[in-house]
Ligand binder design. Structure first.
Ligand SMILES: Nc1ncnc2c1ncn2[C@@H]1O[C@H](COP(=O)(O)OP(=O)(O)OP(=O)(O)O)[C@@H](O)[C@H]1O
Length: 662
C-alpha cells in the first residue's frame, strides 16, 4: 500500500477518467481525519499530473476546498478531503460500491419510465442541493452517477450518487474556461455551453433531460458522427418523442431540453415533477395520479434565480449575447477531430456512452511513489499576473486535446461560430400555468461537516414513487403480481411483468465498502429488461424521424441587431472607476522582450573532449599566424641571421681554443 499525503494509503485502482485515476484507499489507522474512522475505506481521485502542475488548478483547488467539503447530500458523493502534496492533487471521497450509471446502462439496457423517472428525481435532488450552494456541475452524464443501494421500506433500491462536482469546479479555472470555451461532454452539453454563452444551473437541467431520455430509451436524443456534429444537433434539432414514451414523461424531457435556458424547469421542480410522473404512468396508477401526471407541465417551473456559472461569459465582463463574445481568436481555436465513423454508419466512431479512457499517450499507471515528489509549497509557481496567455496551450488544453483524439467524453472545446450552421431556434411558447411559484428549498438542508443522511428531508412527493407500506409500488418488480390493466397509460407489454427479484448479494457497509471487496452488481430487475414483452421494448425503439431539413441561415442574419462577432470590438478589460480619473496614469509594466531560445542542431552528437581539442587547434592556428606575421613584417630574420653569426663565431672561437691547447 502506498501513501498519499500523510493520512491515506492507496490499495488498488477503481478506474480512470480523463481527469485522473480513482483508487480504492483507506485512512491510515494511526491518524485521525475528521468525519472518517481510522482505517476506513475511501475513494481517492488523483488528478492527472498535467492538472496538478497547473497553477490555476492548484489555486482553485485550495480556494474551493471549503465549498467542496461542505457539499453534503444523500445523492452526492461526499468529498472528505483534498490533498495537495508537491505536484500531487487528490480528492478523497466516500467510496461507492456499485457501477456507474453508464456501465449499468450498457450492461442492463434501459430503465422503465417509472424507474428512470425515480432515479432522475434523486439526481435532480442532488442538483437542487448543489445549485443552492452555488455549484453548477456542468458535466452531468451517466458516467458521473454512481449506483449504490439503499434500503427503503425493507427493499433494496438503487441509490444514485452524483460525483465529480469537484472536477467541474476545478475546470472553472480562468486559464481553462475562457469566455468561449465549454467544459462538458458533447452528448450532454447545453446549447448555451456549446456556444460559449453565459451559463447557469439550467445547463445541469438540460443534462438531466438528456440523461432521462437516455435512461428510458437507451440512446441520446441528439446524435452525430463526431462531437462537432453532436453539438450542432443540440443547437439546431428539436428532440423527437419516441412513440412509446409516456406523454407526461415526454413533457418533462421536452421542457428540460428547451434551447432557451430560461424555459427549463429548476432542479427542485424537476425533482417534484418526476415523482408525480412516476406515480401517474404505471398500470396501477390511480385516476387522480394519472390526472396529476398529465398536468405535470404546470409543475415545471423555471428557477427564478438560477445559479450562474462563475467564469462563464457573463461573469468575465464580456457577457451578453453571443454576438458580444470575442469569437475569432485564432490562437485559441480548437477544432474537435472528426469522428472515425465509417461513411453511412453514424456514430460508429464516437461512442457517447463510452467511459472516458486513458489519455492520449497512454501513460503508465500512476505510481504514487514516483509521483509523490516533495516540493516545498513556496516552489509552486504563482499564477502569472495579467490575462491568461493565449499563445501557449494550457495544460488542460493539451490534455483534453489528447483525450479528444481518443474520442474522450469530457471536453473543453472551442468552436468558431462559422462551424455552427444552426438556424435560430424558436422554442414553442411556454405553457400556461407556469407562474413563478416559490419552490423553496424544501427537502434540502445543508449540514456542513455532517455525514450523509443528516439534515436531509425528502421533498414533498419523494415517496410517491416508492413502495409505501401496504401499497403496491409501481414500476418496481413485484413478486407474484401479474400485470393488470387499468389506468389511461398502458405500459408496453412486459412493462410490469417482472420476475420476482432476489435481493442483490451485496450491502453497503461502513464507508460503502463491500465485505468481500468485490464490485457488487446492482439489483436485478431494477430496470426494465429491454427484450421483454411482445411490443417494442424501450431499448429498441425506432430511431426518431430525422428532423426535416431546415434552412441554415447565419446567426447574424437571424439577429440583425447583433453585429457579426468578428466585427465586435473587444470589450475593455479594465476600466478606471470615475473617482480615479484624477490620478496620474500609471505606467504600464514594461514588457520584457521574450528571448527566443537558441536553435539547436537536430543532429547533435556528443564527442567527449571535442571542445578541448577545438580550443587547442585554435591556439595553434593563432600562434602560427602570429609567427608568420612576425617573420615577414619585423626585422626578425636579420636578428636571426645575427644570432646565427654569433653562434658560428663563438663556435669557431671555441674550436680554435680547443685546438691550441692540444
Ligand atoms: N467515489 C467512488 N467510489 C467508487 N468508485 C468510484 C468513485 N469515483 C469514481 N469511481 C470509479 O472510478 C471510475 C473513474 O472515475 P472518473 O470520475 O475518473 O471517470 P469518468 O467520470 O469516466 O471520467 P471523467 O469525468 O474525467 O471523464 C468510475 O467509472 C467509477 O467506477
Amino acid at each position: 500500500m502506498r501513501p498519499v499525503g500523510s493520512k491515506y494509503l492507496l490499495e488498488e485502482t477503481l478506474g480512470r477518467g480523463a481527469t485522473g485515476t480513482v483508487w480504492r484507499g483507506r485512512v491510515r489507522a494511526d491518524v485521525e481525519v475528521p468525519g472518517t474512522a481510522p482505517g476506513q475505506q475511501v475513494a481517492i481521485k488523483i488528478l492527472r499530473e498535467e492538472l496538478a502542475a497547473d497553477p490555476d488548478v492548484v489555486m482553485r483547488f485550495l480556494r474551493e476546498r471549503s465549498v467542496l467539503l461542505r457539499l453534503t447530500h444523500p445523492n452526492i458523493v461526499k468529498v472528505r478531503d483534498l490533498v495537495v502534496e508537491g505536484e500531487l492533487l487528490a480528492l478523497v471521497m466516500d467510496i461507492v460500491d456499485g457501477p456507474d450509471l453508464a456501465r449499468y446502462l450498457r450492461e442492463n439496457g434501459p430503465f422503465s419510465p417509472i424507474a428512470g423517472a425515480l432515479l432522475m428525481a434523486q439526481v435532480a435532488d442532488a442538483l437542487a442541493a448543489s445549485h443552492v450552494d452555488g455549484i453548477v456541475h456542468r458535466d452531468l452524464k451517466p458516467a458521473n452517477v454512481l449506483l449504490a443501494t439503499a434500503v427503503v421500506e425493507g427493499t433494496e433500491q438503487m441509490h444514485p450518487m452524483l460525483t465529480d462536482f469537484g472536477i467541474a469546479r476545478l475546470a472553472d479555472s480562468p486559464g481553462i474556461t475562457r469566455s468561449h470555451e465549454f467544459v462538458g461532454t458533447p452528448a450532454y452539453v447545453a446549447p448555451e455551453s456549446a456556444e460559449g454563452r453565459p451559463q447557469t444551473s439550467a445547463v445541469d437541467v438540460y443534462g438531466a433531460g438528456i440523461m432521462l431520455y437516455e435512461l428510458v430509451t437507451g440512446r441520446q436524443p441528439f446524435q452525430g458522427d463526431n462531437p462537432l456534429a453532436i453539438l450542432q444537433a443540440h443547437l439546431a434539432q428539436e428532440p423527437q418523442r419516441p412513440s412509446t414514451m409516456p406523454e407526461p414523461l415526454w413533457t418533462v424531457i421536452e421542457r428540460c431540453l428547451r434551447k432557451d435556458p430560461a424555459q427549463r424547469p429548476g432542479a427542485v421542480s424537476l425533482s417534484r415533477a418526476l415523482r408525480v410522473v412516476a406515480a401517474g404512468v404505471g398500470v396501477h396508477a390511480s385516476p387522480a395520479a394519472v390526472d396529476a401526471a398529465l398536468a405535470v407541465g404546470a409543475l415545471l417551473v423555471p428557477d427564478p434565480q438560477p445559479t450562474a456559472v462563475r467564469g462563464s461569459a457573463d461573469t468575465e465582463g464580456q457577457g451578453g449575447p453571443l454576438a458580444g463574445l470575442p469569437f475569432g481568436a485564432e490562437d485559441r481555436t480548437q477544432v474537435l477531430p472528426a469522428g472515425q465513423a465509417a461513411p453511412g454508419q453514424p456514430g460508429q466512431g464516437y461512442d457517447p456512452a463510452a467511459a472516458t479512457r486513458v489519455m492520449g499517450t497512454q501513460p503508465p499507471p500512476y505510481d504514487p511513489a514516483a509521483a509523490t515528489r516533495v516540493m516545498p509549497p513556496a516552489a509552486v509557481p504563482p499564477p502569472p499576473p495579467g490575462p491568461p496567455q493565449a499563445d501557449a496551450p494550457h495544460p488542460w488544453q493539451s490534455q483534453l486535446r489528447a483525450a479528444r483524439d481518443r474520442n474522450q467524453q469530457t471536453e473543453i472545446g472551442y468552436f468558431e461560430p462559422e462551424d455552427f450552421e444552426a438556424p435560430p431556434v424558436a422554442p414553442p411558447p411556454f405553457q400556461a400555468g407556469q407562474g413563478h411559484q416559490q419552490q423553496g428549498q424544501q427537502g434540502y438542508q445543508q449540514q456542513p461537516g455532517h455525514p450523509q443522511q443528516q439534515g436531509y428531508r425528502p421533498p414533498q412527493g419523494y415517496q410517491q414513487g416508492y413502495p409505501q407500506p401496504g401499497q403496491q409500488p409501481q414500476g418496481y418488480p413485484q413478486p407474484g403480481r401479474p400485470p393488470q390493466g387499468g389506468g389511461r397509460h398502458q405500459a408496453p407489454p412486459g412493462y410490469a411483468q417482472r420476475p420476482p427479484v432476489a435481493p442483490p448479494p451485496y450491502r453497503t457497509g461502513p464507508g460503502g465498502q463491500q465485505p468481500g471487496g468485490g464490485r457488487p452488481q446492482p439489483p436485478a430487475g431494477y430496470n426494465q429488461p429491454s427484450q421483454q414483452g411482445q411490443g417494442q421494448p424501450y431499448g429498441q425503439q425506432p430511431a426518431p424521424a430525422p428532423a426535416p431539413p431546415q434552412p441554415a441561415p447565419r446567426r447574424a442574419a437571424a439577429a440583425p441587431a447583433a453585429p457579426p462577432r468578428r466585427a465586435e470590438p473587444p470589450a475593455p478589460q479594465h476600466r478606471e472607476p470615475p473617482q480615479r480619473r484624477a490620478e496620474p496614469p500609471r505606467e504600464a509594466p514594461r514588457e520584457t522582450p521574450r528571448r527566443e531560445p537558441r536553435p539547436r542542431s537536430r543532429n547533435r552528437m556528443y564527442i567527449p573532449g571535442l571542445g578541448c581539442l577545438k580550443g587547442c587547434l585554435m591556439v595553434l592556428l593563432v600562434l602560427a599566424v602570429a609567427a608568420v606575421a612576425l617573420w615577414n613584417f619585423t626585422p626578425l630574420p636579420e636578428y636571426w641571421a645575427n644570432v646565427q653569426d654569433w653562434f658560428t663565431s663563438a663556435k669557431d672561437w671555441a674550436t680554435g681554443l680547443f685546438d691550441s691547447k692540444k
